[in-house]
Design a protein around this ligand. Structure first.
Ligand SMILES: *[C@@H]1O[C@H](CO)[C@@H](O)[C@H](O)[C@H]1NC(C)=O
Ligand SMILES: *[C@@H]1O[C@H](CO)[C@@H](O)[C@H](O)[C@H]1NC(C)=O
Ligand SMILES: *[C@@H]1O[C@H](CO)[C@@H](O)[C@H](O)[C@H]1NC(C)=O
Ligand SMILES: *[C@@H]1O[C@H](CO)[C@@H](O)[C@H](O)[C@H]1NC(C)=O
Ligand SMILES: *[C@@H]1O[C@H](CO)[C@@H](O)[C@H](O)[C@H]1NC(C)=O
Length: 564
C-alpha cells in the first residue's frame, strides 16, 4: 500500500514535469489555491452577504455567530495575503460603514473575540500595505481599530465575575443575562490574551490586557493535584464541571495563547505556566504519539480518541522547540487523514474508526496549520505533498456549485449545508502560506518598512515577528511596540517637564540618564535599521529575546525557550 502511494506521487511529479522545489512549482500551487478561494469567496458574496455564512448546498445565507457578516470579516486579511488589495480596500470600507455591534444578539464571547475582534485587528494592521489611506497616527489609531475596540468593550462585562473568568455568552446590547449558565470551557476562559494585549498596547487602555491576564492566571491557579486542568469550569464558583484533561476541543487555544503570549509580550512567566502544564501532559495525556483525554484528578484515560482539533499541537510544539516529537505526532495525524481524505471530529484509537455523530470534517485548518509550522521548522518537502493532497481532496469532496461544504461523514463524503468562516480565514490562508515561503508574514526582516510618526519617532513595521491568533489573523508585534513605546516616551517627557519648572539641574541629569538608557543594546522591536535584524546569533537565544525574529524561533530544534 505504502509503495503504491509513493509510486503514485513520483509519477505525479514526473508527469507534471515540475521540480517541487522550484518557484514555478510554488506559484502554480498558489494559483490553484486562489481559484479555490475565489470560488468560495464569490459564492459567499453573491449568495450570502450580508449574513454571517454561506449555506453551500442551498446557496443562500444564514446568521450563525451573530450578525457580523462574519465570513467577510474573517476573510478580509486573507484577501490582503493573496494580494487582492482593491478588494481588501472595498471590503474594509464597507465594514467600517456598515458594522453595528449595538444589537440584541446573544454572542459567544470566545468566537466573537477570535473571529471578529481578531479579524478587525489584523485588517487594521495590514491596511497601509493594502494601499489604504490611514490616520497619521496609525497603527495607534484608525477606524478598523475603533471597531475592534467597540466590540471588545461589549464582551468585556462577561469577565465581571468573582473568579475573573468570563461567561461563555453575552448579549451585545444588554450584557450577561441573569439566567446565563456560569459554565464555560477552558479555551473560552483563556483565549483572549493575543487580541486583548494587542488592543491595550495599540490604544493605551490597559484594561483589556489586565482582564485577559487575570483569566489566564485564574486557570493556572485551578490546577488539580496532578497539575492538570479540565474541560469545563463554573466561572462563579471556580469549580470544574467537566474533568477531562487533554489538548483538543475545549482546551486547545489556552495552551496556544500561553506560548504565543509569552513570545508576543515578552513575558517569561507565561512560558513558565505552560512548561508546568507540559509535564502532566507528557506524562498522562500523551500516549504513544497520540494525545488522549484523562481525568484531571486521577490521570486515568477517559476517552481514547484523537480529535481533529488536536492537530494544532505539533505546530505549537515547533514554537517552543520540540520539533521531533511534533513531527512524530503529525505523522500519526496524517495516517487518519489519508484514510478518509479528511479528519473526523473524533476518531477512536482502540476501534480505529470515527466515533458516531462525530464523523464529520468541517474543513478545519489545524492539520494544515501544523504542517505550515513544521515546514518552517524543517523545510521537509514531504510536508508540501500533504499540503497538495489536502487541496485536491477538499476540492474533490467538498466543492459545490456556490462554495465548499462541511463533510458530514468522512467515510462516504456526504455533505452538510454549512461553510464555516474559518475555511476562508484559516484553512485557505495556511495552505497558501505553505506554498508562499517568501511571504512577508513569514520573513525575518526582509521587506521591513520604516514609518515616521507625527511626533518624529520612527517605527519599524512588517519585519517578521507576526503572531497568528487562533483564527489565523496575523498581528504585527512591532506595531504594538511602536504605540506602546511612543506613549511611554510621551509620559516620560511630561514628567520631565514638571521637573523642569522646579529644578533645571535635576532635569538635565534625568535627561542624560534617559539618553544613556536609550543607548543600551537595541532590541528587535526598537531596531530602526532592518540590517540589524539579520545579525541575530545563537547567543541571543533566550526567552523573550526580542532580537530573534519569529520565524527563527520557530525553526530551532530542541532548545528553544529552555533557559536552564
Ligand atoms: C479581487 O477580488 C474580486 C472579488 O472576488 C475579484 O473580482 C477580482 O478579480 C480579484 N482581483 C484579483 C487581482 O484577483
Ligand atoms: C438571549 O438569551 C436569553 C437567555 O437564554 C434569552 O432569554 C433571550 O431571548 C436571548 N435573546 C436572543 C436575542 O436570542
Ligand atoms: C501557577 O500556579 C502554580 C500553582 O498554583 C503556582 O505555584 C505558580 O506560581 C503559578 N504560576 C504563575 C506564573 O503565576
Ligand atoms: C478544483 O475543481 C475545479 C472544478 O472541478 C477544477 O476546475 C480545478 O482545477 C480544481 N482544482 C484543484 C486544485 O484540484
Ligand atoms: C550586521 O552584520 C553586517 C554583516 O555581517 C555588518 O556589516 C553590520 O555592521 C552588522 N550590524 C550590527 C549592528 O552589528
Amino acid at each position: 500500500m505504502w509503495k503504491e502511494c509513493v509510486l503514485l506521487l513520483v509519477i505525479t511529479h514526473i508527469s507534471t514535469g515540475i521540480d517541487p522545489h522550484s518557484s514555478q512549482y510554488f506559484s502554480s500551487i498558489r494559483e490553484k489555491v486562489k481559484e479555490i478561494f475565489y470560488h468560495a469567496y464569490n459564492g459567499y458574496l453573491d449568495n450570502a452577504y450580508p449574513y454571517d455564512e454561506l449555506r453551500p448546498l442551498t446557496c443562500d445565507g444564514v446568521n450563525t455567530w451573530g450578525s457580523f457578516s462574519l465570513t467577510l470579516v474573517d476573510a478580509l486579511d486573507t484577501l490582503a495575503i493573496l494580494g487582492n488589495y482593491t478588494e481588501f480596500r472595498r471590503v474594509a470600507n464597507l465594514l467600517v460603514d456598515t458594522l453595528d455591534f449595538n444589537q440584541n444578539i446573544n454572542a459567544s464571547v470566545f468566537e466573537t473575540n477570535i473571529r471578529v475582534v481578531g479579524g478587525l485587528l489584523s485588517a487594521h494592521l495590514l491596511a497601509p500595505k493594502a494601499g489604504m489611506e490611514v490616520d497619521p497616527e496609525w497603527p495607534c489609531k484608525g477606524p478598523l481599530l475603533t471597531l475592534a475596540v467597540d466590540l471588545a468593550k461589549k464582551i468585556l462585562p462577561a469577565f465581571d465575575t468573582q473568579t475573573g473568568m468570563p461567561y461563555g455568552t453575552i448579549n451585545l446590547k444588554y450584557g450577561v443575562d441573569p439566567k446565563e449558565t456560569p459554565e464555560t470551557c477552558t479555551a473560552g476562559v483563556g483565549t483572549f490574551l493575543v487580541e486583548f494585549a494587542a488592543l491595550s498596547r495599540l490604544t493605551g487602555d490597559q484594561s483589556f490586557e489586565n482582564i485577559a491576564l487575570r483569566a489566564v492566571h485564574a486557570l493556572n491557579a485551578s490546577k488539580s493535584a496532578l497539575g492538570m486542568i479540565g474541560n469545563h469550569i463554573n466561572v462563579v464558583t471556580g469549580k470544574w464541571t467537566a474533568l477531562d484533561a487533554g489538548v483538543g476541543a475545549g482546551v486547545d487555544s489556552y495552551y496556544e495563547y500561553l506560548v504565543k503570549g509569552a513570545i508576543m509580550l515578552n513575558k517569561p512567566e507565561l512560558m513558565d505556566i505552560f512548561k508546568e502544564f507540559l509535564k502532566p501532559i507528557e506524562q498522562h495525556i500523551k500516549q504513544g504519539d497520540w494525545y488522549m483525554w484523562v481525568n484531571m484528578n486521577t490521570g486515568h484515560t477517559t476517552m481514547p480518541v484523537h480529535q481533529s482539533l488536536d492537530a494544532f499541537w505539533p505546530g505549537l510544539q515547533t514554537l517552543y522547540g520540540d520539533v521531533e516529537k511534533g513531527y512524530k505526532t503529525l505523522l500519526n495525524y496524517y495516517s487518519v487523514w489519508y484514510r478518509y481524505g479528511g479528519t473526523p471530529e473524533f476518531f477512536s484509537i482502540p476501534h480505529n474508526a470515527p466515533i458516531q455523530k462525530r464523523e464529520g470534517y468541517p474543513l478545519r485548518p489545524e492539520l494544515i496549520e501544523s504542517t505550515l509550522y513544521m515546514y518552517r521548522a524543517t523545510k521537509d518537502p514531504a510536508l508540501l505533498e500533504f499540503g497538495e493532497a489536502l487541496l485536491y481532496s477538499i476540492n474533490a469532496t467538498a466543492r459545490t456549485e456556490c462554495g465548499f461544504a462541511t463533510v458530514k461523514d468522512v467515510r462516504d463524503h456526504t455533505l452538510d449545508n454549512r461553510m464555516e468562516s474559518f475555511f476562508l480565514a484559516e484553512t485557505i490562508k495556511y495552505i497558501y502560506l505553505l506554498f508562499d515561503p517568501e511571504n512577508e508574514l513569514l520573513q525575518t526582516g526582509k521587506g521591513a518598512s520604516i514609518r515616521k510618526m507625527p511626533n518624529g519617532r520612527k517605527c519599524l513595521f512588517g519585519a517578521g515577528g507576526y503572531i497568528f491568533n487562533t483564527e489565523a489573523h496575523p498581528i504585527d508585534v512591532s506595531a504594538l511596540h511602536c504605540c506602546d513605546t511612543m506613549r511611554r516616551e510621551q509620559e516620560r517627557s511630561k514628567t520631565l517637564q514638571l521637573f523642569e519648572e522646579f529644578d533645571p539641574k535635576r532635569v538635565f541629569e534625568m535627561n542624560r540618564q534617559a539618553r544613556d538608557s536609550n543607548r543600551k543594546p537595541q532590541t528587535y522591536h526598537e531596531a530602526e535599521d532592518p540590517t540589524l535584524l539579520n545579525n541575530a546569533t545563537d547567543q541571543n537565544v533566550r526567552l523573550g529575546c526580542e532580537p530573534l525574529p519569529y520565524h527563527m524561533k520557530m525553526s530551532r530544534y530542541g532548545q528553544l525557550f529552555v533557559n536552564d
